[in-house]
Ligand binder design. Structure first.
Ligand code: UDX
Length: 445
């Protein structure tokens, strides 16, 4: 089987490396961070992704880690570029890591093919092609092969993709990359490079649009008495619309949607086009996170001196990724309102402590809610079902629960003694917020 290179040992790179190694390919993974390479060599995986550490370990004899670009091309003639492309201050994507890869390429004197997995603005492939040609490296091929993996289900998404997109400058390079995906029955879309790049950006923008759309429907449900869960089910049953990405909540976060929507908006703006719809999608998402504050104020009045527990700090369940997590905005907003903020997450404790230094990140769910005036479900971790217990209810000073992900059943939450608010579903009566007596008072009685 074709030996492969993977450049960038981040989440995409490691999932790609593990899965291709599992298919039988020999894989050399290159990263620029010495500690990361050392960790991986010692079997420590610096990323939380279900099944990834096990898959890397199981294929240990086929995967090698290195700091040296020359090692990548010692045997491999095809290499996936999986470096990150974070947003710059202007909202454009920062391509400096991509350029560094191009600059460091060794000339092995044979045809090699670079396969771009990182999400890059449309036109990046053309720029890379131009640079390679100018540097006398016309024999280095370039193919756009965007990834559509979602965190938390990365391995499954790799093995059973909806489609594989291969955009190439030459048929020969496109054929070689398409052949790597012989393991799947999924359709392989062959296109030019710019269109492949746009498929990725448009897909993420469309998914983000669906989320902002259902969130606005949820907001209108709240003022009209409809229930967004029932509405989303009804809408999703239309085969032209489908049921996916219609979960109302406090908005999308993560390493892709915020960055990619902003990059596409900026890409259009740079060419003089104002992408009106996408601008609204982004704004709705920003406002959605802040609506939680209004729900807390509705029941608590001023938040000055109140303690609020944020539950689920990573941007979604089954990951420790805190990038663009709604918890970050929410924590800052609540502190600006004068509240003390506690936080808990089943896996992202270390990451949360680094990113939220003013938040008291606790070791357990119970420690986070003890004596709190309100708890907010920020991420739909199933562990948070444990809130529905008399014990949890009894720990809180005020039993106010704002469910930002519609995780719990409203009737069950109310039966458990909570004043329960969620997104786009019937709100709780205003006058129903009792106060739990202080433990000392309870003891004296
Ligand atoms: C996403 C895309 O799904 C993936 O194809 C792309 O390659 C990278 O971006 P990811 O960011 O890992 O993947 O997570 P995803 O599960 O898609 O969720 C993104 C965000 O949207 C999360 O914050 C999630 O909570 C939110 N979301 C998702 C909703 O609020 N409602 C939904 O219905 C779905």
């Amino acid at each position: 089987m074709e030996p492969l290179g993977v450049i960038g040992a981040g989440w995409v790179g490691l999932v790609t490396a593990a899965c291709f190694a599992d298919l039988g390919h020999e894989v050399v993974v290159r990263d620029v961070v010495p500690e990361r390479v050392a960790d991986l060599e010692d079997g420590r995986v610096p990323i939380y992704e279900p099944g990834l550490a096990e898959l890397l370990a199981a294929n240990r004899e086929r995967i090698r880690y290195t700091l040296d670009m020359a090692d990548v091309f010692e045997r491999a003639r095809m290499a996936f570029i999986c470096v990150d492309t974070p947003p710059t201050h202007s909202g454009d994507a920062d391509l400096s890591r991509v350029w560094r890869v191009v600059e460091e390429l060794p000339d092995v004197g044979e045809r090699i093919v670079l396969i771009m997995k990182s999400t890059v603005p449309v036109g990046t492939g053309a720029l890379v092609r131009e640079r390679l040609d100018r540097a006398g490296l016309a024999h280095i091929g370039y193919v756009s092969n965007p990834e559509f993996l979602a965190e938390g289900s990365g391995l499954e998404d790799f093995r059973s993709p909806d489609r594989v997109v291969v955009g190439a400058f030459t048929d020969e390079d496109g054929d070689a990359v398409a052949a790597l995906y012989g393991f799947t029955e999924a359709p392989i879309l062959r296109s030019d490079v710019a269109s492949a790049e746009m498929v990725k950006m448009a897909s993420n923008a469309f998914l983000a649009t669906r989320i902002s759309f259902i969130n606005e429907i949820a907001n209108v449900c709240e003022v009209t008495g409809a229930d967004v869960e029932a509405v989303a089910r009804g809408v999703g049953l239309d085969h032209r619309l489908g049921p996916h990405f219609l979960r109302a909540g406090i908005g999308y976060g993560g390493s892709c949607f915020p960055k990619d929507t902003s990059a596409l908006k900026q890409l259009a703006a740079n060419s003089g086009y104002h992408f009106q719809l996408l601008t609204a999608v982004i704004e709705v998402n920003e406002l959605q996170k802040r609506r939680v504050v209004g729900k807390l104020v509705k029941h608590l009045g001023s938040l000055r001196g109140k303690t609020v527990a944020l539950l689920g700090l990573a941007f979604k369940p089954n990951t420790n990724d805190m990038r663009e997590a709604p918890s970050l905005v929410l924590a800052s907003r609540l502190m600006a309102e004068g509240a003390s903020v506690r936080g808990w997450d089943p896996v992202a404790l270390e990451e949360a402590r680094a990113m939220l230094p003013s938040v008291e990140v606790t070791e357990s769910l119970h420690d986070a809610i003890k004596g709190a005036d309100a708890a907010v479900i920020v991420t739909e971790w199933k562990e948070l079902q444990a809130l529905l217990s008399p014990e949890a209810r009894g720990l809180m000073r005020k039993p106010l629960l704002v469910d930002g992900r519609n995780l719990l059943d409203p009737a069950e939450a109310r039966a458990a003694g909570f004043v329960y608010e969620s997104i786009g579903r019937a709100a709780h009566d205003l006058d129903a917020l009792p106060e739990t007596e202080e433990p000392e008072t309870q003891l004296r009685q």
